[in-house]
Design a protein around this ligand. Sequence first.
Ligand SMILES: *Cc1c(COP(=O)(O)O)cnc(C)c1O
Length: 378
Amino acid sequence: MQGKHLGNRLDALLRPEVLGLALYDPGADPDTLLRQYGLGSVIKLSNNENPYGLSPLAAQAMQRRIALGLGRYPDPSGKALCAMLARKHDVAADRVMLGNGSENLLELLCQALLGPGDRVLTQAPGFSLHEIYPRMMGAHVHKVPCTDTFGFAAAAWRQALAGPLKLVFISNPCNPLGTAYSTRELQTIIGCTPPDCLLVIDEAYFEYAIACPGYPDALALLRTHARPWMVLRTFSKAYGLASLRVGYGIASEPGLIEALHRVRTPYNVNLLAQEAACAALEDTPHLEKSVALVTRERARLTQALRDAGLRVAPSMANFLFVDTGTDARQVVQALHRHGVIVKAWAEPGYQTFIRVSLALPADNDAFLRALLHVVAPA
Ligand SMILES: *Cc1c(COP(=O)(O)O)cnc(C)c1O
Protein backbone atom coordinates (compact mmCIF):
# COMPACT_ATOMS: atom_id res chain seq x y z
CA MET A 1 0.00 0.00 0.00
CA GLN A 2 1.76 3.07 -1.28
CA GLY A 3 2.21 5.90 1.23
CA LYS A 4 1.05 3.71 4.08
CA HIS A 5 4.29 2.00 4.99
CA LEU A 6 3.52 1.79 8.68
CA GLY A 7 -0.22 2.35 8.85
CA ASN A 8 -1.59 1.43 12.26
CA ARG A 9 1.81 0.23 13.37
CA LEU A 10 2.89 3.89 13.53
CA ASP A 11 0.74 4.31 16.64
CA ALA A 12 2.81 1.67 18.39
CA LEU A 13 6.08 3.43 17.43
CA LEU A 14 5.03 6.87 18.64
CA ARG A 15 5.32 7.87 22.29
CA PRO A 16 1.83 7.98 23.85
CA GLU A 17 2.40 11.66 24.69
CA VAL A 18 2.86 12.44 20.99
CA LEU A 19 -0.24 10.52 19.90
CA GLY A 20 -2.54 12.78 21.90
CA LEU A 21 -0.70 16.07 21.29
CA ALA A 22 -2.58 19.07 19.85
CA LEU A 23 -1.16 20.66 16.70
CA TYR A 24 -0.15 24.32 17.14
CA ASP A 25 -2.69 26.53 15.33
CA PRO A 26 -0.88 29.29 13.38
CA GLY A 27 -4.15 30.72 11.94
CA ALA A 28 -5.18 30.84 8.28
CA ASP A 29 -2.65 31.17 5.46
CA PRO A 30 -3.00 34.47 3.48
CA ASP A 31 -2.05 32.95 0.09
CA THR A 32 -4.64 30.20 0.46
CA LEU A 33 -7.36 32.77 1.23
CA LEU A 34 -6.34 34.99 -1.69
CA ARG A 35 -6.90 32.09 -4.08
CA GLN A 36 -9.91 30.58 -2.30
CA TYR A 37 -11.99 33.77 -2.31
CA GLY A 38 -10.39 35.57 -5.27
CA LEU A 39 -9.41 38.46 -2.99
CA GLY A 40 -7.24 41.39 -4.09
CA SER A 41 -5.42 41.51 -0.76
CA VAL A 42 -5.49 39.96 2.67
CA ILE A 43 -4.89 41.65 6.03
CA LYS A 44 -3.16 39.26 8.44
CA LEU A 45 -3.93 40.14 12.04
CA SER A 46 -3.45 36.68 13.52
CA ASN A 47 0.18 36.46 14.66
CA ASN A 48 0.94 39.72 16.50
CA GLU A 49 3.61 40.77 14.00
CA ASN A 50 5.02 44.28 13.62
CA PRO A 51 3.37 45.99 10.59
CA TYR A 52 6.55 48.08 10.04
CA GLY A 53 8.60 44.89 9.80
CA LEU A 54 12.22 44.84 10.85
CA SER A 55 14.58 47.76 11.33
CA PRO A 56 16.26 48.98 8.10
CA LEU A 57 19.56 48.66 10.00
CA ALA A 58 18.85 44.95 10.51
CA ALA A 59 18.13 44.53 6.80
CA GLN A 60 21.45 46.25 5.97
CA ALA A 61 23.34 44.06 8.43
CA MET A 62 21.96 40.95 6.73
CA GLN A 63 22.85 42.27 3.27
CA ARG A 64 26.42 42.92 4.41
CA ARG A 65 26.62 39.40 5.78
CA ILE A 66 25.27 37.87 2.59
CA ALA A 67 27.99 39.75 0.65
CA LEU A 68 30.62 38.30 3.00
CA GLY A 69 29.31 34.77 2.52
CA LEU A 70 27.08 32.32 4.35
CA GLY A 71 29.04 29.11 3.83
CA ARG A 72 30.23 28.63 7.38
CA TYR A 73 28.39 27.63 10.53
CA PRO A 74 27.40 30.54 12.78
CA ASP A 75 28.81 31.05 16.25
CA PRO A 76 27.10 28.18 18.10
CA SER A 77 25.95 30.25 21.07
CA GLY A 78 25.65 33.69 19.42
CA LYS A 79 28.34 35.22 21.67
CA ALA A 80 28.18 38.74 20.19
CA LEU A 81 24.42 39.06 20.62
CA CYS A 82 24.50 37.46 24.09
CA ALA A 83 27.17 39.97 25.14
CA MET A 84 25.02 42.88 23.93
CA LEU A 85 21.98 41.49 25.76
CA ALA A 86 23.99 40.89 28.93
CA ARG A 87 25.14 44.53 28.89
CA LYS A 88 21.64 45.79 28.18
CA HIS A 89 20.17 43.84 31.12
CA ASP A 90 23.17 44.18 33.43
CA VAL A 91 23.69 40.42 33.91
CA ALA A 92 26.68 38.16 33.29
CA ALA A 93 26.77 36.76 29.73
CA ASP A 94 26.65 33.17 31.07
CA ARG A 95 23.10 33.86 32.30
CA VAL A 96 21.85 34.73 28.80
CA MET A 97 20.87 32.27 26.10
CA LEU A 98 19.51 32.59 22.57
CA GLY A 99 16.77 30.46 21.08
CA ASN A 100 15.37 29.83 17.62
CA GLY A 101 12.54 32.09 18.73
CA SER A 102 11.66 32.13 22.41
CA GLU A 103 9.46 29.13 21.61
CA ASN A 104 12.68 27.17 21.22
CA LEU A 105 13.60 28.08 24.81
CA LEU A 106 10.18 26.95 26.05
CA GLU A 107 10.81 23.64 24.33
CA LEU A 108 14.36 23.29 25.70
CA LEU A 109 13.18 24.07 29.23
CA CYS A 110 10.62 21.28 28.99
CA GLN A 111 13.16 18.85 27.54
CA ALA A 112 15.68 19.62 30.28
CA LEU A 113 13.27 19.60 33.23
CA LEU A 114 10.21 17.47 32.61
CA GLY A 115 9.42 13.78 32.63
CA PRO A 116 6.18 11.76 32.75
CA GLY A 117 3.98 12.68 35.69
CA ASP A 118 5.65 16.01 36.50
CA ARG A 119 3.26 18.86 37.23
CA VAL A 120 3.25 22.17 35.36
CA LEU A 121 1.14 25.24 36.09
CA THR A 122 0.07 27.92 33.61
CA GLN A 123 -2.74 30.42 32.90
CA ALA A 124 -6.16 30.07 31.27
CA PRO A 125 -6.68 31.47 28.77
CA GLY A 126 -3.04 31.16 27.81
CA PHE A 127 -0.38 30.50 25.19
CA SER A 128 -0.83 27.04 23.68
CA LEU A 129 2.88 26.15 23.68
CA HIS A 130 2.97 26.61 27.47
CA GLU A 131 0.76 23.52 27.46
CA ILE A 132 1.86 21.59 24.34
CA TYR A 133 5.58 21.33 25.20
CA PRO A 134 5.04 20.09 28.79
CA ARG A 135 2.52 17.54 27.50
CA MET A 136 5.04 16.41 24.91
CA MET A 137 7.28 15.37 27.81
CA GLY A 138 4.44 13.54 29.59
CA ALA A 139 3.88 16.23 32.22
CA HIS A 140 0.44 17.14 33.58
CA VAL A 141 -0.61 20.71 32.93
CA HIS A 142 -2.89 22.53 35.35
CA LYS A 143 -4.32 25.92 34.32
CA VAL A 144 -5.36 28.73 36.66
CA PRO A 145 -8.27 30.70 35.16
CA CYS A 146 -8.45 34.49 35.24
CA THR A 147 -11.37 36.21 36.98
CA ASP A 148 -14.62 37.09 35.14
CA THR A 149 -13.14 40.53 34.46
CA PHE A 150 -9.84 39.13 33.03
CA GLY A 151 -8.07 39.80 36.35
CA PHE A 152 -5.72 37.94 38.66
CA ALA A 153 -7.46 35.18 40.68
CA ALA A 154 -5.28 35.44 43.79
CA ALA A 155 -6.88 32.65 45.84
CA ALA A 156 -6.82 30.21 42.92
CA TRP A 157 -3.13 30.98 42.27
CA ARG A 158 -2.18 30.54 45.93
CA GLN A 159 -3.95 27.20 46.04
CA ALA A 160 -2.53 25.94 42.74
CA LEU A 161 1.02 26.99 43.64
CA ALA A 162 0.86 25.06 46.92
CA GLY A 163 1.00 21.66 45.24
CA PRO A 164 4.17 19.84 44.13
CA LEU A 165 5.29 21.57 40.90
CA LYS A 166 8.23 21.38 38.54
CA LEU A 167 7.58 24.36 36.28
CA VAL A 168 5.35 27.46 36.13
CA PHE A 169 4.84 29.19 32.76
CA ILE A 170 3.18 32.59 32.71
CA SER A 171 3.08 35.19 29.96
CA ASN A 172 3.01 38.80 31.14
CA PRO A 173 1.35 40.50 29.31
CA CYS A 174 -0.78 37.43 28.84
CA ASN A 175 -1.31 36.04 25.36
CA PRO A 176 -4.28 36.10 24.49
CA LEU A 177 -5.72 38.54 27.07
CA GLY A 178 -3.17 41.32 26.63
CA THR A 179 -3.62 42.11 30.33
CA ALA A 180 -0.61 42.11 32.66
CA TYR A 181 -0.20 41.18 36.31
CA SER A 182 0.70 44.12 38.54
CA THR A 183 3.83 44.22 40.69
CA ARG A 184 1.83 43.01 43.70
CA GLU A 185 0.25 40.16 41.74
CA LEU A 186 3.58 39.08 40.34
CA GLN A 187 5.03 39.25 43.85
CA THR A 188 2.28 36.88 45.01
CA ILE A 189 3.22 34.41 42.26
CA ILE A 190 6.94 34.70 42.98
CA GLY A 191 6.40 34.36 46.73
CA CYS A 192 4.08 31.34 46.46
CA THR A 193 6.02 29.36 43.82
CA PRO A 194 7.81 26.49 45.61
CA PRO A 195 11.59 27.07 45.88
CA ASP A 196 12.32 23.83 44.00
CA CYS A 197 10.10 24.81 41.04
CA LEU A 198 11.30 26.82 38.03
CA LEU A 199 9.32 30.03 37.47
CA VAL A 200 9.34 31.14 33.82
CA ILE A 201 7.99 34.55 32.89
CA ASP A 202 7.43 34.85 29.15
CA GLU A 203 7.65 38.55 28.28
CA ALA A 204 7.15 38.30 24.51
CA TYR A 205 5.29 41.66 24.57
CA PHE A 206 7.58 43.42 27.07
CA GLU A 207 8.50 46.33 24.75
CA TYR A 208 4.82 47.29 24.30
CA ALA A 209 3.91 46.87 27.97
CA ILE A 210 6.84 48.76 29.49
CA ALA A 211 5.27 51.96 28.14
CA CYS A 212 2.09 51.24 30.18
CA PRO A 213 1.63 52.45 33.77
CA GLY A 214 1.66 49.60 36.30
CA TYR A 215 3.58 47.06 34.23
CA PRO A 216 5.99 45.35 36.62
CA ASP A 217 9.75 45.04 36.17
CA ALA A 218 9.92 41.26 36.55
CA LEU A 219 13.70 41.10 36.14
CA ALA A 220 14.20 43.60 38.97
CA LEU A 221 11.76 41.69 41.21
CA LEU A 222 13.30 38.30 40.48
CA ARG A 223 16.86 39.49 41.01
CA THR A 224 16.07 39.98 44.70
CA HIS A 225 14.85 36.38 45.10
CA ALA A 226 17.18 33.43 45.64
CA ARG A 227 15.10 31.00 43.62
CA PRO A 228 15.26 29.45 40.15
CA TRP A 229 13.69 31.62 37.43
CA MET A 230 13.93 32.51 33.77
CA VAL A 231 12.63 35.55 31.87
CA LEU A 232 11.98 35.12 28.14
CA ARG A 233 12.01 37.89 25.55
CA THR A 234 11.83 37.85 21.77
CA PHE A 235 12.83 39.79 18.65
CA SER A 236 9.68 38.52 16.89
CA LYS A 237 7.16 41.06 18.13
CA ALA A 238 8.12 44.72 18.73
CA TYR A 239 11.49 44.29 16.95
CA GLY A 240 9.74 42.88 13.87
CA LEU A 241 12.08 39.91 13.28
CA ALA A 242 9.41 37.17 13.40
CA SER A 243 10.60 35.46 10.20
CA LEU A 244 14.18 35.19 11.45
CA ARG A 245 13.44 33.34 14.70
CA VAL A 246 15.44 34.86 17.54
CA GLY A 247 14.45 34.95 21.18
CA TYR A 248 16.44 34.96 24.40
CA GLY A 249 16.26 34.00 28.02
CA ILE A 250 17.83 35.42 31.15
CA ALA A 251 18.25 32.92 33.97
CA SER A 252 18.70 33.03 37.73
CA GLU A 253 21.95 31.08 37.38
CA PRO A 254 24.48 29.91 34.76
CA GLY A 255 23.77 26.25 35.62
CA LEU A 256 20.29 26.48 34.11
CA ILE A 257 21.66 27.99 30.89
CA GLU A 258 24.29 25.27 30.76
CA ALA A 259 21.61 22.57 31.04
CA LEU A 260 19.71 24.10 28.11
CA HIS A 261 22.90 24.20 26.02
CA ARG A 262 23.21 20.43 26.55
CA VAL A 263 19.77 19.70 25.11
CA ARG A 264 19.71 22.17 22.21
CA THR A 265 20.72 21.58 18.62
CA PRO A 266 24.27 23.02 18.29
CA TYR A 267 23.55 25.86 15.81
CA ASN A 268 20.00 26.75 16.81
CA VAL A 269 20.15 30.44 15.77
CA ASN A 270 21.32 31.12 12.22
CA LEU A 271 23.91 33.73 11.29
CA LEU A 272 21.58 36.20 9.54
CA ALA A 273 19.26 36.12 12.54
CA GLN A 274 22.14 36.79 14.95
CA GLU A 275 23.40 39.73 12.87
CA ALA A 276 19.92 41.17 12.35
CA ALA A 277 19.14 40.99 16.07
CA CYS A 278 22.40 42.78 16.98
CA ALA A 279 21.52 45.59 14.57
CA ALA A 280 17.87 45.72 15.68
CA LEU A 281 18.93 46.16 19.32
CA GLU A 282 20.76 49.35 18.35
CA ASP A 283 17.88 50.84 16.35
CA THR A 284 15.97 52.51 19.16
CA PRO A 285 14.05 54.90 16.82
CA HIS A 286 12.54 51.96 14.91
CA LEU A 287 11.46 50.27 18.14
CA GLU A 288 9.99 53.50 19.50
CA LYS A 289 8.06 54.13 16.29
CA SER A 290 6.68 50.56 16.39
CA VAL A 291 5.60 50.84 20.03
CA ALA A 292 4.07 54.30 19.48
CA LEU A 293 1.89 52.98 16.64
CA VAL A 294 0.58 50.16 18.84
CA THR A 295 -0.02 52.46 21.79
CA ARG A 296 -2.14 54.82 19.64
CA GLU A 297 -4.02 52.11 17.77
CA ARG A 298 -4.66 50.02 20.89
CA ALA A 299 -6.51 52.87 22.61
CA ARG A 300 -8.40 53.83 19.45
CA LEU A 301 -9.53 50.30 18.49
CA THR A 302 -10.40 49.30 22.07
CA GLN A 303 -12.68 52.33 22.31
CA ALA A 304 -14.26 51.74 18.90
CA LEU A 305 -15.03 48.09 19.72
CA ARG A 306 -16.47 49.02 23.11
CA ASP A 307 -18.55 51.78 21.54
CA ALA A 308 -19.99 49.08 19.28
CA GLY A 309 -21.03 47.15 22.40
CA LEU A 310 -18.29 44.50 22.36
CA ARG A 311 -16.31 43.34 25.40
CA VAL A 312 -12.55 43.88 25.08
CA ALA A 313 -9.88 42.95 27.65
CA PRO A 314 -7.67 45.94 28.64
CA SER A 315 -4.48 45.24 26.68
CA MET A 316 -0.86 46.23 27.27
CA ALA A 317 0.28 44.24 24.22
CA ASN A 318 -0.04 44.60 20.41
CA PHE A 319 -3.32 42.69 20.17
CA LEU A 320 -6.87 42.75 21.56
CA PHE A 321 -8.98 39.91 22.94
CA VAL A 322 -12.56 40.54 21.89
CA ASP A 323 -15.79 38.75 22.79
CA THR A 324 -17.85 38.50 19.60
CA GLY A 325 -20.82 37.07 21.51
CA THR A 326 -21.11 34.24 19.00
CA ASP A 327 -19.11 31.19 17.81
CA ALA A 328 -15.67 32.66 17.07
CA ARG A 329 -14.85 30.05 14.42
CA GLN A 330 -17.83 31.20 12.36
CA VAL A 331 -16.85 34.84 12.84
CA VAL A 332 -13.32 34.04 11.67
CA GLN A 333 -14.64 32.20 8.59
CA ALA A 334 -16.88 35.16 7.73
CA LEU A 335 -13.97 37.58 8.18
CA HIS A 336 -11.92 35.52 5.72
CA ARG A 337 -14.40 36.46 2.99
CA HIS A 338 -13.67 40.11 3.82
CA GLY A 339 -9.93 39.40 3.49
CA VAL A 340 -9.21 39.68 7.21
CA ILE A 341 -7.40 36.99 9.22
CA VAL A 342 -7.72 36.93 13.00
CA LYS A 343 -7.46 34.06 15.46
CA ALA A 344 -10.50 32.29 16.93
CA TRP A 345 -9.83 31.22 20.51
CA ALA A 346 -10.45 27.52 21.12
CA GLU A 347 -10.06 27.20 24.90
CA PRO A 348 -13.21 26.22 26.83
CA GLY A 349 -15.01 29.31 28.12
CA TYR A 350 -13.50 31.53 25.41
CA GLN A 351 -14.93 30.09 22.23
CA THR A 352 -16.74 33.33 21.43
CA PHE A 353 -13.46 35.29 21.59
CA ILE A 354 -11.13 36.36 18.83
CA ARG A 355 -7.57 37.71 19.18
CA VAL A 356 -6.75 40.46 16.72
CA SER A 357 -3.29 41.97 16.19
CA LEU A 358 -2.96 45.74 16.02
CA ALA A 359 -1.63 46.99 12.69
CA LEU A 360 -1.62 50.15 10.55
CA PRO A 361 -4.67 52.42 11.06
CA ALA A 362 -6.20 51.58 7.65
CA ASP A 363 -5.93 47.83 8.31
CA ASN A 364 -7.39 48.19 11.80
CA ASP A 365 -10.29 50.15 10.29
CA ALA A 366 -10.83 47.47 7.64
CA PHE A 367 -10.95 44.86 10.42
CA LEU A 368 -13.41 46.94 12.44
CA ARG A 369 -15.74 47.46 9.45
CA ALA A 370 -15.63 43.75 8.57
CA LEU A 371 -16.20 42.63 12.16
CA LEU A 372 -19.18 44.93 12.69
CA HIS A 373 -20.60 43.73 9.37
CA VAL A 374 -20.22 40.11 10.51
CA VAL A 375 -21.35 40.28 14.15
CA ALA A 376 -23.92 43.08 13.96
CA PRO A 377 -25.34 43.28 10.43
CA ALA A 378 -27.35 46.50 10.11
C1 LIG B 1 4.59 35.19 20.11
C2 LIG B 1 4.90 34.55 21.43
C3 LIG B 1 6.09 33.83 21.61
C4 LIG B 1 6.88 33.41 20.40
O1 LIG B 1 7.98 34.06 20.21
P1 LIG B 1 9.10 33.58 19.18
O2 LIG B 1 10.26 34.29 19.76
O3 LIG B 1 8.68 34.05 17.84
O4 LIG B 1 9.25 32.10 19.25
C5 LIG B 1 6.39 33.32 22.84
N1 LIG B 1 5.54 33.49 23.87
C6 LIG B 1 4.39 34.14 23.74
C7 LIG B 1 3.49 34.28 24.91
C8 LIG B 1 4.03 34.68 22.51
O5 LIG B 1 2.85 35.28 22.36
